[in-house]
Design a protein around this ligand. Structure first.
Ligand SMILES: [Zn+2]
Length: 309
């Protein structure tokens, strides 16, 4: 991002950038930030009318594609026409194309024509979550920019409106540094439900008579995968606590709880439990009823916990 500001100052902006990371919402945010940096006289940090217009999608020199779900040949045609128009407010015109991975080869080939001879002062800001789905001829016309995950400070700033501190630290533990995942954890009720279920199983399940308390009737695939994935992370964390590697623990929010229960599990038991969760994860793609599979997993975890004690 700093590069774009520098290139702008040196009047060396290139005609097209291809931004890549696995998270769509992160990319959307990056495109907005770049457009502001290029068009705003204050470097995009202020809340000037230019930045506000870009933010709400009403800036006349910023064209956003795709118009529908995926970038289409009609969109390519639109880009060609937009590229010919003269800029109205500022020095540059920006054409944003989001999620180019969803477009056909045909649309990309059509887009290539305008990328090969980009009109003066037109800058393409293109994003993709999958570089393999972007034609190599298109890639070769663009400057590729890998977007690394955000650190905690940056995410704290992005989500400064968010109030609940506890959920926020949890989101930091599990989001992998991307906006989309953070948002999902903060706003998606399912995540918290799965999280609490996983936490209770890992920290409280001690006898087979308790299993019934943790069974979810008609468990959906996303509930199953979400809960089992979180459980696996927690068992891994307990193994890290046991091996005195607490600094590597993912779920820092629960580190105290993991420390207090780590003696309940032998290292051998944890390794075996993680292995069994892996096995179950493979199975769920067949037609097994997920609630039953989940129940048998819990039974098997208890068996291992006491057999390998
Ligand atoms: Zn501004």
């Amino acid at each position: 991002m700093q590069d774009i500001l520098r290139q702008k100052a040196q009047r060396k902006l290139v005609g097209g950038y291809l931004f890549y990371c696995p998270d769509t919402l992160t990319l959307d945010e990056i495109l907005l930030v770049c457009a502001k940096q290029i068009l705003c006289d204050g470097g995009g940090d202020d809340n000037c009318p230019t930045c506000q217009k870009i933010q709400c999608g009403s800036h006349p020199d910023v064209c956003v594609y795709p118009k529908g779900d995926a970038f289409s040949t009609d969109d390519s045609q639109g880009v060609i026409l937009d590229a010919k128009k003269k800029e109205i407010m500022g020095e540059y015109k920006i054409i944003m194309i989001k999620n180019l991975e969803n477009s056909s080869e045909q649309s990309q080939n059509k887009l290539l024509k305008v990328l090969e001879s980009p009109p003066k002062n037109t800058i393409f800001l293109i994003s993709t979550t999958n570089l393999n789905k972007v034609l190599s001829t298109v890639k070769s016309r663009l400057l590729k920019v890998d977007i690394p995950p955000f650190d905690e400070d940056a995410l704290t700033q992005i989500f400064s409106d968010y109030q609940s501190q506890q959920d926020f630290s949890l989101a930091m533990d599990y989001s992998n540094g991307y906006i989309g995942e953070t948002k999902q954890i903060l706003l998606d009720q399912d995540f918290m439900t799965n999280y609490n279920l996983a936490k209770n199983i890992v920290t409280k399940l001690k006898s087979s008579s308790q299993i019934v308390d943790y069974i979810v009737p008609k468990m959906t695939k996303s509930q199953f995968l979400g809960t089992v994935g979180l459980m696996q992370n927690m068992y891994r964390d307990i193994a890290l606590v046991k091996s005195k590697n607490s600094n590597l623990v993912k779920n820092k929010t629960l580190i105290g709880v993991f420390e207090s229960i780590s003696d309940e599990f032998s290292m051998k038991a944890i390794v075996e439990i993680i292995k069994r969760i892996n096995d179950v994860n493979k199975k769920q793609y067949s037609n097994v009823t997920l609630s039953l599979l989940f129940e048998s997993l819990l039974t098997s975890i208890l068996e291992v916990k006491y057999l390998c004690a």
